[in-house]
Ligand binder design. Structure first.
Ligand code: NDP
Length: 254
């Protein structure tokens, strides 16, 4: 690290954020962009992604990507490799949680939809978007998880299973890539107000129950999600791999 470089710097890093059109991914993309990184963000619709990238002040590019499709991930990898030479940081953020039901009322398609996006998607992206990092023998992967990856959440068996799997990908891949110079870490969020959680947070019974369960007594804000990502991507985290940081207002501390 040079003397004039701040300890936490992501300047000029090429950072890919999956699911960067809104919510947590967009907030993370904005923070990297404001910190001088070259941001590539994705959404299922290419025009939506381009429009989201255009709202960022720095260098930002939007790409179409469906993380649940291996072909889509392969196409994006080829596109990014030819246009930008690859990436330095991969943030696997795209995720869904559309069905709340006990397992006996959970259909196989509902289970598969969540697992394909939240778990298969992380597998495909780590596998196919890491080529340049493996060639350069440096880089950082950040997998976005949830308190549901650590503890059980009511009526969310597929979501919790997917996020528990993501956290194990983080540990196992960190071990595999430790000698390749690629760090693999995660961030596990509590309840942050986004499209994903709006129905639960605004629900007259569920919202207060979630708040009562949160030691800090409030939901997280979008301006509170990016710090951990910037830290993990920077040199300040150069000896940290295989770790998932909890950003959950104390949810899993209690
Ligand atoms: P949002 O619903 O607000 O945003 C989801 C993002 O993922 C969008 O940009 C969406 O893009 C993208 N996306 C969805 N499906 C796909 C797909 N198949 N391929 C590519 N992109 C996709 O969710 P949040 O911001 O709340 O959540 C982001 C991540 O954080 C998720 O992994 C979620 O599980 C996790 N998380 C969120 C918490 C919260 O409280 N909000 C708590 C814990 C974890 P588009 O629709 O444009 O395709």
């Amino acid at each position: 690290m040079s003397d004039d470089q701040p300890i936490i710097s992501v300047k000029n890093l090429r950072v890919l954020v999956t699911g960067g059109t809104r919510g947590i991914g967009h907030s993370i993309a904005r923070a990297f962009s404001e910190s001088g990184a070259v941001v590539m963000l994705t959404g299922r619709n290419g025009e939506t992604a381009a429009a989201a990238a255009a709202t960022l002040a720095g260098q930002a590019h939007g790409f179409a990507l469906d993380v649940a499709s291996e072909d889509s991930v392969l196409a994006l990898a080829a596109d990014i490799y030819s246009r930008h030479g690859g990436i330095d940081v991969l943030i696997n953020n795209a995720g869904i949680n559309p069905h709340y039901a006990r397992i006996e009322a959970t259909s196989t398609p509902s289970w598969s939809e969540i697992i394909r996006t939240n778990l298969d998607g992380v597998f495909y992206c780590c596998k196919h978007l890491s080529k340049s990092m493996r060639e350069d023998r440096k880089g950082s992967v950040i997998n976005i998880s949830s308190v549901g990856g650590k503890v059980g959440l009511k009526r969310q068996v597929p979501y919790c299973a997917s996020k528990g799997g993501v956290e194990q990908i983080t540990r196992a891949l960190a071990v595999d890539w430790a000698d390749e110079g690629i760090r693999v870490n995660g961030i596990s969020y509590g309840f942050i107000e986004t499209d994903l959680t709006a129905a639960s947070i605004k629900h007259p019974h569920i919202g207060p129950r979630l708040l009562a369960r949160t030691p800090m007594g409030r939901f997280g804000r979008l301006d509170e999600v990016s710090g951990a990502a910037i830290f993990l991507a920077s040199n300040a985290a150069s000896y940290i791999t295989g770790h998932t940081i909890m950003v959950d207002g104390g949810w899993t501390a209690g």
